[in-house]
Design a protein. Sequence first.
Length: 299
Amino acid sequence: MAQALASLDWSRLQAFLAVAETGSLSAAARKLNASQPTIGRQVRALEAEMGAALFRRQARGMALTDTGAALLEPVQAMRKAAETAALTAAGREQRLEGVVRITASAAMSMLHLPAIIADLRRAEPRIQIELVPSDATSNLLFREADIAVRMYRPVQQELVARHIGDAGISIFASPGYLARRGRPRAPEDLLIHDLVGYDASPLILDGFAAAGMPVTRDQFAVRCDDNAVYIALVRAGCGIGFVQASAGRRDPDLEEIVLDLDLPALPVWLTAHGAMRHTPRIRRVWDALADGLARAIAK
C-alpha cells in the first residue's frame, strides 16, 4: 500500500487525516486553516482516486468506512516520516536568525516570559519570537511549537527536557482587602476570610487537604481558572488568593501573607524536539529561557 500511497496527492491525504482525526469537515478545516468546501473537495477527489468511499456521512460528523480505516495507519506513518524529515532539515539550519515558536501556560506567558523575551530581542534582534499562551499540550513532534514551557516532564523519547526549578506558591491579598478584613495570623484563620479559588482545577483544594484543612469549592467566594483574571481578582480585593510567589512579590498591588502552611510548588520544565534543540537560534532561545526562568521563579 505504501507504494500506491506515494503516488497520491499529499494535500488530499492531509485532508483525509484531518477529517479522520477530528470527525468532521468543519473541524478539519479549522485544523488545516482551510475552508470547509476545500476539505470536502479534497476528500471526494481522494475517494475518486482510490475508487472507494473513505467516510460515511453521519448526523454528527464523518465516520471511517472499512477502506478508510485501513488507510489511516499508513497515512499517519507517511505524515510522521515527512515531519521527521522536516525536523532533520530544520535542525541543520546554522543561522542565528529566524522564527522560534514558544508555547507556555497562560500563567507563565503572562508572569515571566515577557521580560525574558524582551531581553532576548535586545540581544538577538534577528530572532523572531512567536509566543502561544495555552494550557493545552502542543505537539512538538509535529512542530506546533519549537520549545515548550511545561509543568510536567514529557515522556516521548524524541523529546529532550530540562528541569529548570520549582515555582513556589504563596498567599497574597490586596492592601485594601487586608485593611478591611484584617490579616490572617494562622492557617485556620483563612477559613473565615473570603478566598479566591479555582473553578475546575483541584490544585488549591488539594493543597488545603494536604495541610489537614479539607475544604469544598463552595468555601471560595470567587472562583476562576484563568490565571491572568485570577490575579486581577485578588488585586481588586475580592479575597485572599494563591499566586506564584516570585510574581506576587514583584506586584506592588499585592501583599504577601506568611503563614505556617506547606504549599505545593509547580515544577517548570523546558522541552524541545531532540533534532531541533541544537539549531543555533533555538539553542539561543532555549538558553535564554532556562536562565531567565530559573532566576524569575527563584525570587
